[in-house]
Design a protein around this ligand. Structure first.
Ligand code: FES
Ligand SMILES: [Fe+2]
Length: 382
């Protein structure tokens, strides 16, 4: 994102703070509480949003060098993304052509010698392009098989603006600009390809993936739920809001934002005074704050279980053990706030949902991000 764009957005945030208000949607939204719990709707979401719709994988820096891979199977299809010797990417269904084991031991790492994947079950070996290049005891055990047809099955993967997206359905392709819907204008300038991937924390939750996502898209709850944490740093119920296709971006002013009134505009460092939740439909938040960014990717498991991966990306690799520890502690602190404050509250909401009381959930005009998330779901699923 360009500096001038951030400066212009800071001015919007300062005006909202001065007026003690926030960006408002046109009307209050009501949604049927059954949308969170209905098992038929859940099955449609799994298929239409997580199998037939392009998925955000991560910034390009999760696989910086040839042979680096990133694997996940949370969409219902095991997926392996691999950096090629040419610098490009390929994506495969992560199922060995022999008896179907996944090829990697970890979620994230480097292929053997930077160029081969060897199946942990019986050692069938594939190169970075997914070609089957080795079958132990193959001349006797598997004479007559056509190795050329037994490579890994390819998926459509696209990398642009420092971001990687993949289509889990091998029959489908996609256009990355269409998926981003314009949000690339603000995300492309952050240099997602050049950051350092500190790691990811996995949190399993006993509630719907949608309740999980809802927590990210409004700042209305800061002064109540996060009185001792986030509300000591950022304004509650004050946010800019911009829509980009199915996605959106919400800015949050730091409590210190009015210090900028005493600093000449050409010296402003906007990222020290604001943070941005960038929502990539249906399940990803890219949170840009200060000198770094984080991603949160949420996946459905059952109607009342979900999993979230919280990943941290730094402007550069920590230079000293002390610097690394500083970032690790900060990463843990942010994760703890989400788990101890947001998720423990949402756990209780989920108990209320399970009680089966018929009612509508209300989403205020001051919660345009939550409204957009549900509006897009309605648009996709009818
Ligand atoms: S399942 Fe991969 S080698 Fe047997
Ligand atoms: Fe929260």
């Amino acid at each position: 994102m360009q500096h001038q764009q951030l400066v212009d957005e800071i001015k919007v945030l300062m005006a909202l703070v001065a007026a003690k208000t926030t960006t408002l949607a046109d009307s209050v939204m009501e949604i049927d509480v059954n949308e969170y719990t209905d098992p038929r709707q859940f099955e449609r979401e799994k298929v239409e949003l997580f199998r037939h719709y392009p998925q955000f994988v991560g910034p390009s820096c999760v696989v910086p060098d040839a042979g680096d891979y990133f694997a996940f199977d949370d969409t219902g299809i095991p997926i392996l993304i691999v950096r090629q010797s040419s610098g490009g990417l390929k994506a495969f269904i992560n199922i060995c052509s022999h008896r179907g084991a996944p090829l990697n031991e970890c979620a994230h790492g480097t292929a053997k010698n930077g160029r081969l994947f060897s199946c942990p079950y019986h050692g069938w070996t594939y190169d970075l392009e997914g070609k089957l290049v080795g079958v132990p005891f193959g001349n006797e055990g598997f004479n007559g098989i056509d190795r050329d047809t037994l490579g890994l099955r390819a998926l459509d993967v696209k990398e642009k603006y420092g971001m990687i997206f993949v289509m889990p359905n091998p029959e489908k392709t996609f256009d990355i600009d269409e998926v981003l819907g314009g949000i690339q204008e603000r995300l492309s300038g952050f240099g997602f390809e050049d950051h350092y991937y500190l790691g990811a924390k996995q949190v399993s939750t006993d509630f719907s993936w949608k309740l999980n996502m809802d927590t990210f898209h409004e700042y209305y709850h800061f002064e109540f739920l996060h009185a001792e944490s986030i509300a000591t740093m950022a304004y509650s119920n004050t946010a800019s809001y911009l829509q980009y296709g199915r996605n959106h971006s919400m800015g949050s002013p730091a409590l210190s934002i009015n210090e900028l009134k005493n600093i000449p505009e050409e010296q402003w460092e906007p990222r020290n005074y604001s943070s941005y939740v960038n929502f990539i439909f249906p399940n990803t938040v890219i949170f840009v704050v200060q000198d770094h960014f984080q991603t949160w990717r949420v996946y459905p498991i059952t109607p009342d279980r979900s999993v979230v991966y919280h990943s941290m990306f730094l402007p550069k690799e920590p230079a000293t053990p002390q610097e690394r520890q500083h970032y690790e502690e900060y990463f843990q602190m942010i994760n703890d706030v989400a788990v101890a404050e947001d998720y423990s509250l949402v756990d209780k909401i989920n108990r209320g949902l399970k009680a089966g009381i018929q009612r509508n959930v209300l989403i205020g005009r001051n919660e345009p991000g939550v409204q957009n998330m549900h509006r897009q779901l309605h648009d996709m699923l009818g």
